[in-house]
Ligand binder design. Structure first.
Ligand code: MG
Length: 335
């Protein structure tokens, strides 16, 4: 979305998917909530990210809809100060250390080749998706081929505590940075029981829908690493809260990507400059997901496995308007 205020143009992006499988939100629900409630507020009063989020505390959930606007307001806020957003939010470096995430493949050879390809491109950490049946058999082979790479796995909630405890315990021997979201999306208690049985750290993704959940997770030791996705938690303010709770309790975090274009990606890179981001973030170069990104200067890997925040004001990226107009399927203006 584009937000115009005087001469300033600011941008945001919703990460809601087409179907309610990763979260309950979809493109349609996000659009509905924005149009029915959120946009009106922007038109009626002078606002900022804090006032905006405070005004909509009463709306339960719909974090991806709120985040799209909240982040555009942050871009606006930083542009008004003529500063890059990463400096405004307290970043301590001007880049994100990043890794790549690889989905389930048709066979293990294909996966091994893909990993090789991404290592050649410079990615410094490899994450592979796992599920029952595509688990330690795969890790065995990957570790044989690549004994020293920084490796993690992400189960996207595919395992069951009672059925798969042994498989998950076996993963301890593969020197993984962490095992991401092994159990059901809302099962903090299950993750707590599992964590007490594992040497490897558990990283929470889907379970962390806001900073209160982060506090609960720490209270019952349900994980020792957090994946923060700004869309999932409702924007930058909430992301920073989770980051700070983690920092206070010795829980390192990293920033997770969805399928953002260069607009959303720039906010991810921005957040990854915060001090307690201690693991490589899941923010790939634009080319990992798009033949052509919708910004004029796509994100590319530099200096090993890094994406750099822009030094221009705000998020510092500009939409490629002619291309965006060409591929857009819908456009709406509110004023
Ligand atoms: Mg994940």
């Amino acid at each position: 979305m584009e937000l115009k205020s005087g001469d300033i143009h600011a941008y945001g992006e919703s990460v809601a998917g087409r179907h309610p499988n990763y979260s309950a939100e979809t493109v349609d629900t996000a659009q509905y909530i924005m149009e029915k409630y959120l946009i009106k507020h922007l038109l009626e009063e002078e606002t900022n990210p804090y006032i905006f989020m405070d005004s909509f505390k009463w709306i339960r959930g719909h974090n991806m809809a709120k985040a799209a606007i909240e982040m555009a307001l942050w871009d606006l806020h930083a542009k008004k100060q003529n500063k890059p957003l990463y400096q405004v939010i307290g970043g301590v470096r001007n880049y994100a250390e990043v890794g790549v995430s690889i989905g389930i493949q048709k066979d293990i050879d294909t996966l091994i080749n893909k990993i090789g390809g991404y290592l050649d491109q410079g990615y410094g950490r490899i994450k592979i998706k796992v599920k029952p049946g595509w688990d330690v058999n795969v890790l065995d082979r990957v570790r044989t081929e690549y004994p020293d790479i920084k490796l993690t796995v992400d189960a996207n909630a595919a395992f069951n505590l009672e059925k798969h405890m042994n498989i998950l315990k076996e993963m301890d021997k593969y020197q993984l940075l962490y095992i991401e979201q092994p159990l059901k999306y809302d099962d903090l208690v299950g993750h707590s029981i599992l964590q007490s049985n594992l040497e490897t750290d558990i990283c929470l993704d889907e379970s962390l829908k806001d900073s209160h959940k982060a506090w609960e997770a720490i209270s019952i030791m349900a994980g020792r690493v957090f994946n923060i996705k700004p869309g999932r938690v409702g924007g930058i303010i909430e992301s920073r809260k989770i980051h700070d709770i983690g920092m206070k309790h010795g829980v390192p975090v990293w920033i997770g990507g969805m399928l953002e274009t260069g607009i959303g990606r720039s906010f991810l890179v921005t957040l990854a400059t915060l001090p307690n981001v201690k693991y490589p973030s899941d923010i790939s170069a634009s080319s990992r997901y798009y033949e052509k990104d919708i910004i004029t200067e796509p994100f590319e890997l530099q200096n090993g496995s890094r994406l750099y925040a822009r030094e221009d004001a705000g998020i510092g990226v500009e939409p490629d308007w002619p291309y965006l107009k060409k591929i857009a399927i819908k456009e709406k203006t509110f004023s």
